[in-house]
Design a protein around this ligand. Structure first.
Ligand SMILES: [Mn+2]
Length: 345
């Protein structure tokens, strides 16, 4: 049987002619955006979302997933700070607005300090890849992260790393429960799929900061907290691989795939496992890409599949059009080959 998993062009913030041409010319019609850069410091307006969707439609593209609102929309929810109820109201409004424009999956993370990396390394042919080393992170904190957080500080009027020094993973789980109690009934009402991305890297504690989703057990715990058919995972194979290598990836797919909890998949890999790893191209990491595509198909995975972080190729754009085109083509080739084999049976 032909697999129904759907590829998409993803992980960008601004939809413009360049992105439209990139998606259309490569032949992908489904679009995911990660924290679309729309006006608003508390919530996006329905008008702006509608305009975004219709611009995509002009190019024959379909807006199917939004991954993450900006942190400033729900930072108090994650951290349990005063003002979280107002942010929750806006989050519920966002669910209704996204439903209104036909969005199928709404992703979120619970990692206000974002992705942790400690340095860039030379990957294949000198392409730049990010790397993480837990001991280095413990010692220095994340220098590149501090630059990112400085930029975020223009939006947030406090230092997230500072606030999180006194928080534990248990506090985060408690705040997640508060979040889910408000979010899931609304998501069910509008049949919106709510998808959780794990922490990257899935390391419980680093540089005095604790994180929430650092194992399959943590993910199961979040699932039980949400307790809803509309809750599922935005499974980052990269994070699973960072933690448990190929077996970690397969275990997560089997667990969530078997429960119809796989809503979207970040198809990327790393070399090595915690405490240190580096990102890489597909096919040179911990897992065997054809094997993993087959495993997803075995579980009749019909959600979205996309590339995620990519290596920085020489002369590429900031978005990484060259690298992304390569990874997308790689994934599409695997799916087409698998479907061809199925037809021949
Ligand atoms: Mn990811």
């Amino acid at each position: 049987m032909k697999s129904k998993m759907r590829m998409c062009v993803s992980q960008f913030q601004v939809f413009d002619d360049e992105m439209a041409a990139f998606a259309s010319q490569l032949g992908y019609t489904n679009i995911q955006m990660n924290s679309p850069a729309l006006p608003g410091e508390k919530v996006w307006s329905l008008e702006d979302l509608k305009a975004l969707k219709s611009r995509m439609e002009q190019y024959g593209l379909k807006f199917v997933m939004v991954e993450n609102v900006p942190l400033i929309f729900y930072d108090k929810v994650i951290l349990g700070l005063p003002g979280r109820d107002e942010q929750l109201d806006n989050y519920l409004l966002t669910i209704r607005n996204l439903h209104e424009i036909g969005i199928e999956i709404f992703g979120h993370h619970f990692s206000p300090t974002f992705v942790w990396r400690t340095r860039d390394l030379d990957g294949r042919g000198g392409a730049q890849v990010t790397a993480f080393d837990a001991a280095e992170f413990e010692l220095l904190g994340n220098e590149s992260m501090k630059e990112v957080m400085k930029r975020k500080k223009h939006l947030l009027d406090y230092d997230v790393f500072e606030v999180m020094q006194d928080m534990t993973a248990e506090d985060l789980f408690r705040n997640y429960e508060y979040f889910m109690k408000a979010v899931m009934p609304e998501a069910e009402k509008y049949d919106m799929k709510i998808a959780l991305h794990p922490d990257d890297p899935p390391l419980r504690r680093g540089h005095h900061v604790e994180r929430m989703i650092c194992s399959l057990d943590d993910y199961k715990r979040a699932m039980n907290i949400a307790d809803s058919p509309n809750w599922g995972v935005n499974l980052c194979l990269g994070c699973c691989s960072e933690l448990g290598g190929a077996n970690g990836v397969k275990e997560a797919i089997r667990y969530f795939g078997g429960r119809k909890k796989l809503f979207s998949v970040h198809f990327r890999d790393v070399q090595g496992q915690l405490p240190h790893f580096q990102e890489c191209f597909l096919g040179e990491g911990n897992f065997n890409p054809p094997e993993i595509i087959r495993l997803l198909a075995e579980y009749k995975y019909d959600g979205l599949i996309m590339e995620d972080h990519v290596a920085k190729l020489s002369f590429d754009t900031v978005y990484g059009h060259r690298a992304r085109a390569h990874e997308l083509g790689y994934i599409k080739g695997l799916i087409d080959m698998m479907n061809y084999d199925e037809e021949q049976k």
